[in-house]
Design a protein around this ligand. Structure first.
Ligand SMILES: [Zn+2]
Length: 224
């Protein structure tokens, strides 16, 4: 499973005596970076104060903006508003290996979480994991595509991921099984979300390995 310090998160960034809340990764290339500041802007009226910082990624050299709520009463989590462009995965080889359907939902879920729409992000991650599990099952069992597409996620796990099902803790299986009414806002809610995200990270790596193996087998078959 992915180490905690590699996760996408909001971090503090000091520039000219002003503290900004930015992302620890570049929204263009997803690498963990320490960006260089290009410029800052202050937008203000009687009610609101927006602090905008333009940053450059030292790796891909692309620029981006981070908008912060500059009001004193905004908490750290409220301070971060948005990045322009929004966070994307176009340069991530792990994500590019997956289906467009997965990429779409996973990118939306990630951006929902960054915007603070935690409920939508949580359900988006669960559905993203379901798509990823089914995409992998179809790769491994192409003859059973119709069954995989129309079975529920637990049946898919039991029938087509029997070698991986040990990775699903009781807690995670519960999260995947239950409906919205089961989830109430409590400390567990966020722990559950992390469980699902860790599982997605694992299956992204698994999927990459599987594609490599399938390619090797095809090359071997062609040369036999
Ligand atoms: Zn970059």
């Amino acid at each position: 499973m992915q180490r905690n310090d590699k996760k996408l998160k909001k971090i503090h960034y000091d520039h000219e005596n002003q503290e900004y809340i930015i992302l620890n990764k570049c929204p263009h290339c997803n690498l963990e970076i320490h960006p260089s500041p290009e410029n800052t802007y202050l937008l203000e009226n009687n009610s609101f104060k927006l602090c905008v910082i333009s940053l450059t990624c030292p790796s891909c050299k692309k620029d981006y903006f981070i908008f912060n709520d500059g009001r004193n009463e905004a908490t750290t989590n409220e301070k971060y508003l948005v990045s322009i462009p929004k966070y994307g995965f176009s340069e991530s080889s792990l994500i590019n290996n997956t289906s467009k359907k997965f990429q779409n939902l996973y990118t939306q879920s990630t951006n929902c979480e960054l915007l603070g729409y935690y409920d939508l992000a949580f359900f988006g991650y669960i559905k993203s994991l379901e798509i990823l599990l089914k995409d992998i099952a179809i790769l491994e069992h192409p003859d059973s595509e119709d069954i995989i597409l129309f079975c529920n996620v637990i049946a898919c796990l039991e029938q087509f991921h029997s070698t991986n099902i040990h990775l699903f803790s009781k807690k995670l299986l519960e999260v995947l099984k239950n409906d919205y009414l089961h989830y109430q806002k409590n400390a567990d809610y966020y722990a559950n979300s992390e469980l699902v995200k860790d599982c997605i990270d694992y299956f992204l790596l698994y999927s990459e390995l599987l594609l490599k193996t399938l390619n090797l087998n095809q090359i071997k078959k062609a040369s036999d």
